[in-house]
Design a protein around this ligand. Structure first.
Ligand SMILES: Cc1ncc(COP(=O)(O)O)c(C=O)c1O
Length: 398
């Protein structure tokens, strides 16, 4: 006889709410909500001061609950990278979404078009990036299909992406981008809304002056392309772009009207290695992997968080001990283990059972490894769990 199945509790982590942070089992992805709130406020204030719109990238946190906090703090909407991320955000109540990426598969574009119509009927709006004539035609076809089927006349906002130095997606700045803007305007269901000029590589240039130079060139290319499009009698309402590493440069350029930075909210170890531009708000680390020492020898210890707990594409995590007692370097111990070694002669090997906090090298793919973020207030060591945040766009890759 088959064993009767038990209904699992809706979310066992919810039982943690109200308990001290010490009750969080390891390894776990924990957000210092006080630090996150300070980052949010600093970003909102920065954008107000520089009179730029703020559309944070939700590819970083993948959580509609966090997106709603950003909207309450003054964001105009969110960016996402994938159709499935857009669907998760809309399902979670976010009404203004920009897919800052190219989508070309007809079955995906059918989803994009359905989402655009759904948002339009609920008072929201959807936008998307394009960088080819073919992509524009396919998008227009998908929008027309839904229009024909439903009789509704929604439009989708379209940004022509230009490659301003990253060497990834984007048409070359100049005449090629002008031709795409003209092409977008041929389709009644597409509204040409401006240019996307995101320079991803510039985010991680360590020197502040070299970042300024790179974004200076990107802004020049974007401005020149805008002039050429406007010379055709086509208004360019907005130039959008920027990430956490370079956002002060785009904000100061007078060219960009919207910032897409996402990582500032959690601040990973990689971004902390950039030379800080004096104009940059002081963002704090807010995302940690709580881990525990499970084995200790004479010269090293081993903790229970390996690269199934945090992404290592941008380097290994930094060890953060709230009481400052241990200066440790983290070495890769594989999927489930981390090797910890004293960082200098005076530092000690931690003992078995010791709790440590890791600052992930790259927050976006780290979050994507977890179903839930555990939110703590009052400090990592002595604080309390106050909320569990669902990563509702986790694994939303299509
Ligand atoms: C198009 C686009 N905009 C904005 C961002 C946000 O950058 P960050 O999370 O580094 O602030 C990214 C990140 O990869 C991106 O691809």
């Amino acid at each position: 006889m088959p064993r009767p199945t038990k209904t699992p509790p809706s979310d066992p982590l919810k039982q943690l709410v109200g308990q001290p942070a010490s009750a969080i089992d390891t390894p776990a992805l924990v957000v210092d909500l006080d630090a996150m709130q300070r980052n949010l406020s600093r970003m909102a204030e920065f954008c107000r001061k520089h009179d730029v719109r703020w559309r944070p990238h939700a590819k970083m946190h993948k959580s509609s609950a966090i997106a709603r906090l950003q909207l309450q703090a003054g964001a105009v909407g969110v960016c996402v990278q994938k159709t499935a991320e857009a669907e998760a955000m809309v399902e979670g109540g976010v009404m203004d979404v920009y897919i800052s990426n190219e989508v070309v598969a007809p079955h995906k574009l059918a989803r994009v078009a359905r989402l655009a119509h759904r948002l339009a009927s609920e008072g929201g709006q959807l936008a998307i990036a394009v960088d080819s004539r073919e992509g524009i035609e396919r998008l227009a076809q998908a929008m027309d299909d839904v229009r024909r089927r439903t009789g509704a006349g929604a439009v989708i906002n379209v940004f022509v992406e230009i490659d301003v130095g990253q060497g990834r997606c984007g048409a070359p700045p100049g005449p090629a981008a002008v031709a795409l803007a003209i092409e977008v305007r041929k389709h009644p269901a597409l509204r040409f809304s401006g240019l996307q000029a995101y320079h991803g590589q510039a985010q991680h240039i360590r020197s502040a002056s070299e970042r300024r130079e790179a974004i200076g060139r990107a802004a020049q290319d974007a401005a020149a392309t805008r002039r050429l499009i406007e010379a055709q009698g086509i208004p360019v309402d907005l130039i959008t772009g920027a990430g956490t590493g370079s956002m002060v440069c785009e904000a100061a350029s007078g060219v960009y009207g919207e910032l897409q930075a996402g990582s500032f909210l959690f601040m990973d170890a990689d971004y902390a290695q950039n030379e800080r531009d004096p104009a940059q708000p002081q963002f704090e680390h807010a995302l940690f992997v709580k881990t525990q020492v499970m084995s200790a020898g004479a010269g090293h210890a081993v903790c229970d968080a390996g690269h199934k707990s945090h992404a290592i594409d941008s380097g290994l995590p930094k060890v953060h001990a709230p009481d400052g007692a241990h200066d440790l370097d983290y070495f890769n111990g594989g999927d489930e283990h981390g090797i910890l070694r004293p960082a200098h002669a005076d530092a000690k090997v931690p003992q078995i059972g010791r709790v440590l906090w890791l600052i992930p090298g790259h927050c976006d793919p780290t979050v994507n490894l977890h179903d839930r973020l555990i939110g703590v207030k009052g400090g990592l060591a002595d604080g309390k769990v106050t909320r569990i945040i669902r990563v509702d766009a986790r694994g939303a890759l299509t």
